[in-house]
Design a protein around this ligand. Structure first.
Ligand code: SF4
Length: 265
């Protein structure tokens, strides 16, 4: 079993040869500058979240379906149903763009580093403009929308992809699409099958904030002080409270590590 190792080699830190500002790192910067700094400059990353295997399965199957139409250069029936005048985009780099840890890559000249992000899909309309596409899955009784505050992260994600494709010289439409799979709980039985209501939701993006955010993220990393904690996260308060109580408790003798204890025969 692999255990969480918070430290990583320096080459993956800011100014290291392998470091890139990924879309998710930029989102971390927007969420909490301290966590971003600890991760990218000091190389101490957060524990990973639990993998969403069901969501990944939906993404993989959607990708297969849209790839059939990419090869045939025909619209997917969902695109027809929701009035999207486009087909999946054929490009030699499409698999790289969709690959985690690869993605669409662009040089941020002012900072001298690369920015990257892995898209779910790209469609192209008859005018030759690209549409960024994001697959999402959920399960809720009500109609799926983009109205919740927590979905702002989804919108930022799409706008970073639009920015990246534009930096690569493509003509990119402001309109992106979320392909939403909504798992149904209103069936009488399960029978080993999960059914989904499918919906395409258009979103008009505005990537004008992206360059400023990248510049701010760089300035943050160039400073020699660790930024303050985010007010909306409770974990640093928890961590500080632990440090306080640990300082108060002075053990009379050092605690033996499990590995240093002798073995009795
Ligand atoms: S406040 Fe939360 S997000 Fe920020 S550094 Fe602390 S644990 Fe990380």
């Amino acid at each position: 079993m692999a255990f969480y190792n918070p430290k990583r080699s320096r080459s993956w830190n800011y100014k290291g040869e392998k470091w890139r500002l990924s879309r998710s790192k930029l989102d971390l910067f927007m969420e909490c500058q301290k966590c971003f700094y600890l991760d990218n400059k000091l190389g101490t990353k957060r524990p990973p979240g639990f993998p969403f295997n069901l969501n990944s399965a939906v993404d993989a199957l959607l990708k297969k379906e849209f790839d059939i139409h990419r090869r045939a250069q025909t619209p997917h029936p969902l695109m027809v149903k929701f009035g999207v005048d486009a087909v999946p985009f054929q490009h030699k780099d499409i698999d790289t763009w969709r690959e985690n840890f690869e993605g669409v890559d662009a040089l941020y000249e002012e900072g001298g580093f690369h920015v990257s992000g892995a898209v779910d899909d790209v469609w192209v309309n008859p005018a030759g403009e690209l549409h960024v596409v994001d697959y999402k899955s959920t399960s809720k009784d009500e109609e799926v929308t983009l109205d919740a505050e927590w979905q702002d992260g989804y919108k930022r994600q799409m706008e970073v992809y639009q920015w990246l494709l534009r930096k690569n010289g493509f003509k990119v439409s402001n309109t992106g699409y979320f392909v939403y799979a909504n798992g149904r709980k209103d069936k009488d039985t399960f029978e080993g099958k999960l059914e989904f209501r499918m919906k395409i939701i258009p979103y008009d993006g505005d990537d004008s904030w992206v360059t400023d955010a990248i510049r701010d993220a760089k300035e943050c990393l160039d400073r020699d002080i660790i930024p303050g904690s985010s007010n909306s996260c409770e974990y640093c308060a928890y961590r500080d409270a632990i440090s306080d109580v640990e300082r108060e408790v002075k053990p009379s003798k050092p605690v033996e590590k499990e590995s240093e204890k002798g073995t009795l025969f």
